[in-house]
Ligand binder design. Structure first.
Ligand SMILES: [Cu+2]
Length: 115
């Protein structure tokens, strides 16, 4: 009885490991659709709103959220589309803020992307 219970536990934990590795693989194979931009120079909610509006007006952008406290902007593209990292970077600059890092489907940038 005890042996059978521990076998069951062993089976369940092996199963859990299998499921975990499966989800890790599918996560790694699926690049992020969102773009995260680190922005400096956001002093208040008004600054964040300005950046949000500029980001939302970039082609293929569905929505944008900007948090002035964390300095993080999150941009969601229209389904199956990609927003140009360069255009997003420039949108932040046009809102009088300074992007320092951009991470999205095209990679990680710490200076203005070329495309
Ligand atoms: Cu402000």
């Amino acid at each position: 009885m005890i042996a059978r219970e521990s076998n069951r536990r062993l089976f369940l934990s092996a199963f859990a490991v299998l499921i975990t590795s499966f989800s890790a693989v599918s996560f790694a194979a699926d690049p992020p659709k969102e773009t995260k931009i680190t922005v400096t120079g956001l002093h208040c909610a008004g600054c964040a709103k300005k950046v949000k509006a500029k980001l939302a007006s970039v082609a293929n952008v569905k929505s944008a959220e900007v948090d002035h406290k964390t300095g993080l902007a999150t941009v969601v593209p229209v389904d199956a589309m990609k927003a140009s990292p360069r255009s997003l970077w420039e949108a932040v600059e046009k809102a009088d803020a300074k992007p320092t890092r951009l991470e999205g489907p095209d990679g990680i940038f710490t200076s203005k992307p070329k495309a």
